[in-house]
Design a protein around this ligand. Structure first.
Ligand SMILES: *Cc1c(COP(=O)(O)O)cnc(C)c1O
Length: 447
């Protein structure tokens, strides 16, 4: 294993062609002829290999990865323990369907998640394939356990693209537009967005609770679904006290508090789960992205009385908790423990904050640098206002890609750059990536 825990790829930014290069251009032509045009792409390259903090494209360009495939390859791409787990498992058993016959790797993942998620109460877990599927199953569990129908989500939320998940998602384009009718009894209340609402956590919680009491009634609500730090919405960190107050009110009213930790989980924010920063113990936790080192696996973990409430056969799916994906998850979790990736995420936060703090001082178009751990975003607004800057962020991201750095965009108003580096990225490589980003912003705003 190399120093950063990944396969032995040179950890450097190196461009040998334009981005995209000729091989990527050719594959993009085949893509246009074969793949639905409804799928986007953040970077116009096709990838051959990746590891540590770099992605090598099919033209031999080595790009700095500040996206981790959207917070998935936190342990690095093709991380050794993940690869070993996949190899061993795939040589013995690839599939039974857990509802047909069991296998030990499924149990081991459930035991690990019962142990790692917040709270030391009696827990149970069920495994699925994607984040959206985890969220949907958490809602099914909550509705079944409470006998109630209403589900509450907050402004700027993102919970996935399946029918119920997109109804819980706030943003219309691209997620919901033209895909209705959406499922009913989904209600939206304000979140806590300190930059834009200026409220304390207690004030923001009181506002949301007042809305739920007036418009839905606590006794009709099965669940509140919330990301402890909003991902797609732009890494919005709620004001201190907001989540504890909301979860206290949920408990008092028999409402299931579901933390969607799909993006924030597994060391991303410097804790195993972002709920821990606020001392919140969710009733149910939905997990996916970082869980299995790049393999498709998701989970719902929570209170045993809730997880056991639905009828026999009520939860499941053909592929959920696939043996190879479970083996990958066990390898990923072992890597997180072995390399202490929580400490690493906090270290990366310091690096990103100090570098981007300089950018914020130099550029009055930076409204805020925020986030936790290795989940840091820049929100752009017209100087002296909170008016979202239009069109800037895609241009900055494109400039970064052309200079060999992958960054992702976010935000309801499309005015946020989000950084989700692999937690095993070398310091120097991250700093180089941040410098390219800072330069790209300055070039775009003409300063
Ligand atoms: C990505 C994401 C989802 C959806 O996960 P998929 O695996 O894409 O279905 C749900 N919730 C949050 C917070 C996410 O970031």
């Amino acid at each position: 294993m190399s120093e950063h825990g990944g396969p032995d790829l040179p950890q450097r930014r190196l461009l040998v062609t334009d981005v995209p290069g000729p091989n990527s251009i050719q594959l993009n032509e085949r893509r246009r002829a074969a793949v639905s045009s409804a799928l986007g792409a953040a970077v116009p390259v096709f990838v051959d290999r990746a590891g540590g903090g770099v992605v090598i494209d099919v033209d031999g360009n080595s790009l700095i990865d500040l996206g981790s495939g959207i917070a998935v390859t936190s342990v690095g791409n093709s991380a050794p323990h993940v690869v070993a787990g996949i190899r061993d498992q795939s040589e013995r058993l690839i599939h039974t369907c857990f509802m047909v016959a069991g296998y030990e790797a499924y149990l081991e993942v459930c035991e690990q998640l019962n142990d790692l998620t917040p709270g030391d109460h009696d827990k149970r877990t069920a495994l699925f394939n994607s984040g959206a599927e985890a969220v949907e199953n958490a809602v099914k569990v909550a509705r079944s356990a409470t006998g109630r129908a209403a589900v509450v989500a907050v402004e700027h939320a993102y919970h996935g693209r399946t029918s119920l998940a997109m109804a819980l998602t706030a943003k219309n384009r691209p997620y919901k537009h033209s895909f209705g009718p959406l499922p009913g009894d989904i209600h939206r209340v304000p979140n806590s967005y300190p930059l834009r609402d200026g409220l304390t956590g207690a004030e923001a919680a009181a506002r949301s609770i007042r809305r739920m009491e007036a418009e839905i009634g606590g006794e009709n609500i099965a669940a509140i679904v919330i990301e402890p730090i909003q991902g797609e919405g732009g890494f919005i960190v709620p004001a201190s006290g907001f989540l504890p107050e909301l979860s206290r009110w949920a408990r008092d009213n028999g409402i299931v508090f579901i933390a969607d930790e799909v993006q924030t989980g597994f060391c991303r924010t410097g804790e195993w789960f972002a709920s821990e920063h606020d001392g919140v113990v969710p009733d149910l936790v939905a997990m996916a992205k970082g869980l299995a080192g790049g393999m498709p696996l998701s989970a719902v973990t929570g209170r045993a009385d809730l997880m056991n409430a639905a009828h026999l056969g009520g939860l499941g799916g053909t592929y959920g908790g696939n043996p190879v994906a479970c083996a990958a998850a066990l390898g990923a979790i072992a890597t997180m423990k072995e390399l202490d990736l929580n400490a690493r995420a906090r270290h990366l936060e310091n690096l990103m904050r100090s570098r981007l703090g300089v950018l914020a001082d130099e550029c009055d178009i930076v409204a805020e640098v925020r986030g936790r751990g290795a989940m840091i975003a820049i929100e752009f607004a017209e100087p002296g206002t909170l008016e979202p800057v239009e069109g800037l962020v895609p241009r900055v991201a494109k400039r970064c890609a052309q200079a060999g750095v992958i960054v992702l965009t976010a935000g309801t108003y499309g005015n946020v750059i989000r950084l989700l580096p692999p937690l095993v990225i070398d310091d120097e490589l991250l700093i180089e990536g941040l410098d390219v980003l800072s330069e790209s912003v300055k070039e775009e705003v003409g300063r």
